[in-house]
Design a binder for this molecule. Structure first.
Ligand code: NAD
Ligand code: MG
Length: 388
């Protein structure tokens, strides 16, 4: 059966992998709309390749370029927030949500409100507004299927038993480029080095989050909302081979794990078909050829962002929203060469402690999450070194 699909963030790393999956299964999918940020040419190209019916660019200034690039194709287009909402409102079976960062919240939530099934890559939706998203999903009977590889693996592992029998759900981290580096050496590393991920090929913001282990921290918060597991039942293991993505330890001591070669096309394909398995012509996992899988506990001394995220998850309320906003600002500044590696965690910690006294409750609606996000960004900007 052909499924119709809208891709938010179609020009990004996840968006391009999704396009590959769709193009390898032309009979299974029909693309309704594609959404991109600023690059009109790249969006036009992916819209053409996928034969989408509609293309929406977030940046209004690129609207004319997009229209010209699509002229003669019969693909309609638009630019700006209203065009994105138009893309999301178009009837489809699945919306793949892969816009990066907080910018993904409003479009993803609009898709959910329209009753679309969500294949969720944009973890920020759950980190910033998890209560709001999950409550609306339950109320509307919308399924949110995780694209994030660890959560996709957990989703399958959890299907082997009852949630109340879960002792621990563990997500793995490859450890990033600094896994074996000393703290002194990490402190000096610039964003180019931090961006070179040893295993996964991803968008640039998430690469830095993998180097700081903030990505794993955000994923703990994501897992908490997706699976209704509290902080005490969630954990992280460092696993450089990135073959085992998620493990569930049951109360009888048995463990169910999800394994795959590290290629986002595997969880993407699965999330697009909501757990049905597509035929994927990818290399197969050959455990004998790999020979050895190794695991380690994360070092929160060298990677303080992980403990900050754990603390935010435990604190609850609006703290994860604050943490994520401060981190986005800090990562942007680090990528621009304005701050050093450990300034990221220091800025995040400092913004979180500024907000902790206010004991803000978890945002019940997305607009509230975006308001707290804005305030936390402002606070983070205020900490930026004066010379920068
Ligand atoms: P990316 O930077 O490669 O791509 C981001 C996409 O979002 C692009 O298409 C960009 O044009 C679009 N975009 C940015 N701002 C926008 C805006 N304001 N309006 C509309 N579109 C906008 O990022 P990515 O690595 O593909 O990650 C996307 C999301 O998926 C992130 O939330 C990330 O955490 C999550 N994720 C990524 C991976 C991965 O392997 N890359 C794995 C798991 C989860
Ligand atoms: Mg992940």
């Amino acid at each position: 059966m052909t499924r119709s699909l809208t891709i938010l963030g179609a020009t990004g790393s996840i968006g391009r992998s999704t396009a590959d999956v769709v193009l390898a299964h032309r009979d299974e999918f029909r693309v309704e709309a594609v959404v991109g940020g600023r690059d009109a040419a790249a969006l036009a190209e992916v819209a053409r390749r996928l034969g989408a019916r509609f293309a929406a660019l977030s940046d209004e200034r690129g609207g004319e370029t997009l229209k010209e690039a699509l002229s003669g194709t019969g693909i309609a287009s638009g630019a700006g927030q209203s065009a994105i909402l138009e893309a999301v409102a178009r009837e489809t079976d699945v919306v793949l949500a892969a816009i990066s960062g907080t910018a993904g919240l409003a479009p993803t939530h609009a898709a959910l409100k329209a009753g679309r099934r969500i294949a969720l890559a944009n973890k920020e939706s759950l980190v910033c507004a998890g209560e709001a998203f999950m409550a609306d999903a339950r109320r509307l009977g919308v399924e949110i299927m995780p694209v994030d590889s660890e959560h996709n693996a957990l989703d399958h592992a959890l299907a082997a038993g009852l949630n109340r029998d879960v002792e621990k759900a563990v997500i793995t981290a490859s450890g990033g480029p600094f896994r074996t580096w000393s703290k002194e050496r990490i402190a000096q590393a610039d964003a180019d080095v931090a961006s070179a991920h040893p295993v996964w090929s991803m968008g640039s913001k998430i690469n830095i989050d993998s180097a700081t282990l903030m990505n794993k921290g955000l994923e703990l918060i994501e897992a908490h909302h997706l699976f209704g597991l509290e902080a005490e039942r969630l954990d992280v293991l460092v696993h450089p081979e990135a073959i085992v993505h998620g493990l569930v330890q049951w109360r009888d001591g048995a463990v169910t794990a999800g394994l795959a070669l590290p290629d986002m096309k595997v969880p993407i394909a699965n999330a697009l078909r909501h757990r049905e398995r597509l035929q994927m012509d990818l290399p197969r996992l050959d455990l004998a050829a790999i020979g050895r899988l190794s695991f380690d506990r994360p070092d929160e001394e060298r990677f303080p962002c992980l403990s900050l995220a754990k603390a935010a998850l435990k604190a609850g309320g609006a703290m994860p929203t604050v943490l994520n906003a401060a981190n986005e600002i800090a990562v942007e500044a680090y990528r621009a060469g304005r701050i050093r590696f450990y300034d990221i965690s220091e800025m995040v910690e400092s913004v979180c402690s500024t907000f902790s006294g206010r004991r803000l409750s978890a945002p019940a609606i997305v607009a509230d999450a975006l308001e707290i996000d804005r305030e936390a960004r402002e606070a983070a900007m205020g900490l930026m070194p004066a010379h920068a």
